[in-house]
Write a protein that binds this ligand. Structure first.
Ligand code: ACM
Length: 470
């Protein structure tokens, strides 16, 4: 069972479930009970009745942490106790994993007369609050049904966060009613690199797609039933060529641009005008309507300051605002957005570059260039998510690049399963108290070189199992 439960002991004798076994649940756990019934029905054909007393009992108990549970299987039946619906849900997922694997199928391959649940007592709880996977749907659009499958897979591994990277230079993927050109123009690129972008060969094939707001509402609701939070990311001020292609007034120059047809880091970043800040506030208003997540990611990484240095207007704005340099200008920009999100009851998350030029009050830092950014932010009292590229970037090769693996980023390095498995997300440099600021960790899957769901799964698994274990 992955992740391995914290405590597991034998009760000696199995529980036996039958087609007429009843499910009993405390009222707060009825939603979880319905999930269990639906899941078991899919894989066994059984339509288990609900009753006041049952062979499978879900009940509230206050001796278990916020996402913890205790599962006991014995001839008395299966009891799952938890302090919250999330805990009970993880108990249910454990029960599903204790049954034969074919019962996880979407329809029964045979209808069993009975199923034994091994006689065990399991007491389990996650180590971290934030257990996630990031998915870049900008570089390559991924279809909604597959995102729901990804949620199923996350939930089966007791992961609780899907971070969706919805915008980047090469594609804007979310319907925004107030700015229709973001998807009319920004969601479509003419072509993409064939092989490594540095080789300069293009495939000549258009690529694009976007999610209607109702697509994302469906995903959010589907994920919520599985205790997964969808955290949207809207990139600023860099990785924004698709926005600038749609609305050239967001740019720093008179150049007209198209959604980028190459990979890498791009000099086109948005300008630092008040009107641009307002554009993002308008966009975020619509994002917040769709995504109830407390945490909203605003990117902040890899924003070259070349255009701001060259722009008289950006320089003038810097002087007017009393800012010493372009890093402080980015910090000013990010701080405006952070304050706006805070006024709406949300918390801003950004990649560790948001430390440069001064960290916005209350910002959560996602440390990717190593753990140093996370250490600096946690030391300053900010919450952090530690996700260094060398350990949890699942777009990296999983074996040496000359070993027959499909083309992946950075052929000079690789991250194999053992390396992910051995990863320790709590930086040694933090004191006990500062460690309390580490919310958790997550895998990242950038998709420059990952064009299909099948390839995405190849990169995610089994390394995401190791992240779940971590
Ligand atoms: C990143 O990998 N640029 C966050």
């Amino acid at each position: 069972m992955i992740p391995r439960p914290e405590q597991l002991r034998s009760t000696g004798r199995d529980a036996v479930l039958r087609p007429n076994s009843a499910i009993a649940a405390d009222p707060e756990l009825h939603g979880v009970a319905r999930f269990l019934r639906r899941s078991l029905q899919a894989g066994t054909g059984w339509e288990l009745p609900f009753a006041d007393t049952g062979d499978i009992r879900l009940r509230l108990a206050d001796d278990l942490g916020p996402e913890g549970y205790r599962l006991t299987a014995s001839p008395d039946g299966v009891e799952i106790a938890a302090a919250t619906p999330a805990g009970a849900f993880y108990g249910v997922q454990t029960l599903r994993l204790l049954l034969p694997p074919e019962t996880l199928r979407a329809a029964p391959v045979r209808v069993p007369d009975s199923l034994a649940v091994p006689g065990l007592e399991i007491v389990d709880a996650p180590r971290f609050r934030w257990r996630g996977q990031h998915m870049d749907v900008s570089r390559h659009f991924m279809p909604l049904p597959w995102l729901k499958r990804l949620v199923d897979l996350l939930a089966l591994h007791k992961l609780n966060t899907l971070h969706l990277h919805l915008t980047d230079d090469q594609g804007w993927r979310l319907q925004i009613d107030r700015y229709p050109r973001l998807t009319e123009v920004g969601a479509w690129r003419r072509e993409s690199p064939l092989g490594y972008y540095s080789e300069g060969i293009q495939d000549g094939r258009p690529h694009g797609g976007f999610y209607a707001k109702d697509d994302m509402r469906e995903l959010v609701a589907y994920a919520a039933e599985r205790f997964v939070t969808v955290v949207p990311e809207i990139e600023l001020p860099g990785h924004s060529q698709a926005q600038i292609a749609a609305y050239p007034e967001l740019g720093n120059t008179d150049d007209t641009v198209e959604p980028w047809t190459s990979w890498g880091i791009n000099d086109h970043i948005v300008n630092p005008e008040e009107s641009t800040v307002q554009f993002y506030k308008d966009v975020l208003d619509e994002v917040l309507e769709v995504f109830p997540s407390r945490y909203i990611h605003i990117g902040g990484d890899e924003a070259p300051k070349t255009e701001w240095r060259a722009s008289e207007r950006a320089q003038e704005l810097m002087r007017e605002r009393g800012l010493a340099n372009e890093e402080e200008l980015q910090s000013w920009f990010v701080t405006q957005i952070g304050a706006y999100l805070e006024s709406k009851g949300r918390i801003m998350v950004g990649w560790d570059e948001i430390l440069e030029g001064g960290l916005a009050p209350g910002a959560v830092v996602m440390s990717w260039r190593g753990e140093e950014g996370g250490v600096a932010a946690a030391s300053a009292g900010h919450d952090v998510i530690i996700g260094p590229e060398a350990f949890v970037y699942l777009d990296y090769y999983q074996a040496p690049s000359d070993s027959g693996e499909p083309l992946a980023i950075h052929p000079e390095k690789y991250t194999d399963l053992a390396k992910v498995y051995a990863y320790e997300p709590l930086p040694a440099a933090l004191t006990e108290e500062q460690r309390g600021h580490v919310l958790g960790s997550q895998g990242q899957l950038w998709t420059e070189y990952v064009a299909t769901p099948e390839h995405a799964e190849y990169m995610l698994f089994p390394r995401l199992c190791a992240i779940a274990e971590v």
